[in-house]
Write a protein that binds this ligand. Structure first.
Ligand SMILES: *Cc1c(COP(=O)(O)O)cnc(C)c1O
Length: 414
């Protein structure tokens, strides 16, 4: 593997091999990660990376775009078919730039935007002060309710009426529940706001038709393509026919230069795969696994934010088991399970410590694992917590996670 890299740059070749080994050996439970297909990997590694194609298909600032035009048109057509959207822009380099384009298409610097607070599951790009979204716009945030830890749309409505935001943002990175898109639509209409929904995390569940879609409700839907959607690292924007012009103009020349044509072609491959019946099955298994994981963790005495999940992730409050999120992340890494520490709603710890960890099932589901494996993993987590001072016990648990990984080979063709 990586023959040309070995020849040219042994140091980087060693890193590529080591990372492949790590992905194979550890149980990947970071909710935003997945294993993309060999077809996507090949396309991302293709000669399309050589091509400059500023502009849009048939309206480029460079010659020689005949083939990349075809790739971009396919990607757009498939994105629209997959999500039943009127129009798509497949050029955003990432989920963050997709959001930047969407906000700037509808708001001026200094305008007010309103999204879910980062510490309650939102995303940095939903108005956090250290991010462009908080630097450029006046950001206000809604939160989940104490106790239930879910969003209350009556409260959102009251806050929106008081704040009068230009943009109302939905979507999250660590919110395990479904959204009431219709309520957000009516709130946006009531206050005259644009409704942007960021489905970066749940796009694959929406594509697989196992989770409600924001597309019929929102003015603009943004997403990543590399999380539950299982494509290449990148972004996409879906919108109505009338909003396309503003979105296109802000994406290029507004925010970006030359599009990443190799990635856009790989997005086309991803959307094609998502349109197959097997992908629906994958999305359903991802959900079933999250349900099984949540039930098993609850049974072991872990506490879950909002008490469970409707999607691919669970947010575990580790405090009742005597650990911070940081300690839990380190403990799990030690026994071969990768996840990330995460604040839980109303967290009293700093974002560097946190009280929780976020666990997701998309990547392990891609490896072929099912509810039985989720129950085994919950059991391993439970035993890791109870025997965290016992190095021999932890070593045995590490052996168990490695054996589980070997039963579900990753990238056997590499
Ligand atoms: C991951 C994520 C993003 C950002 O995507 P990047 O590709 O990392 O820039 C934006 N919004 C939400 C809700 C996300 O979860």
């Amino acid at each position: 593997m990586y023959d040309a890299v070995h020849e040219t740059d042994p140091e980087i070749a060693a890193i590529l091999e080591a990372e492949l080994g790590r992905q194979r050996d550890q149980l990947e439970m970071i909710a935003s990660e997945n294993f993309t297909s060999p077809a996507v990997l090949e396309t991302v590694g293709s000669v399309l990376t050589n091509k400059y194609a500023e502009g849009y298909p048939k309206k480029r600032y460079y010659g020689g775009c005949v083939h990349v035009d075809e790739a971009e048109l396919l990607a757009k057509r498939r994105a629209c078919e997959l999500f039943e959207a009127e129009r798509a822009n497949v050029q955003p380099h990432s989920g963050s730039t997709a959001n930047m384009t969407a906000y700037c298409a509808f708001a001026e610097p200094g305008d007010k935007i309103m999204g879910l607070s980062l510490s309650h599951g939102g995303h940095l790009t939903h108005g956090h002060p250290v991010n462009f979204s908080g630097l450029l716009f006046q950001a206000v945030h809604y939160e989940v309710e104490p106790g239930s830890e879910v969003i209350d749309y009556d409260r959102m409505r009251e806050q929106a009426k008081k704040e009068q935001p230009r943009i109302l943002i939905g979507g999250a990175s660590a919110y395990p529940r479904t959204w009431d898109y219709a309520a957000m639509r009516s709130i946006a209409d009531e206050v005259g706001a644009v409704f942007i929904f960021d489905m970066a995390h749940i796009a694959g569940l929406v594509a697989g038709k196992v989770h409600p879609s924001p597309v019929p409700h929102a003015d603009v839907v943004t997403s990543t393509t590399h999380k539950t959607l299982r494509g290449p690292r990148g972004g996409v924007i879906l919108c109505t026919k009338e909003n396309l012009k503003a979105i296109n103009k802000l994406n290029f020349p507004g925010m970006q230069g030359g599009p990443l044509m190799h990635v856009i072609a790989a997005k086309a491959v991803c959307f094609h795969q998502c349109l197959q019946p097997e992908f629906r099955d994958y999305a359903q298994r991802t959900l079933d696994n999250a349900q099984a994981l949540a039930a098993a963790l609850l049974e072991k005495g872990f506490e879950l934010a909002s008490g469970g999940t409707d999607n691919h992730l669970v947010l575990v409050n580790c405090k009742p088991r005597g650990l911070t999120g940081k300690e839990m992340e380190e403990l799990l890494e030690h026994v071969g399970i990768t996840c990330n520490k995460n604040t839980v709603p109303f967290d009293e710890e700093s974002p560097f410590v946190t009280s929780g960890v976020r666990l997701g099932t998309p990547a392990l589901t891609t490896r072929g694992m099912g509810p039985d494996e989720m129950r085994r993993i919950a059991d391993i987590m439970d035993r890791a917590v109870t025997s965290r001072e016992d190095e021999d016990a932890l070593a045995r648990l590490r052996g168990e996670t490695e054996a589980l990984g070997r039963d579900f080979p990753l990238y056997p063709e590499l």
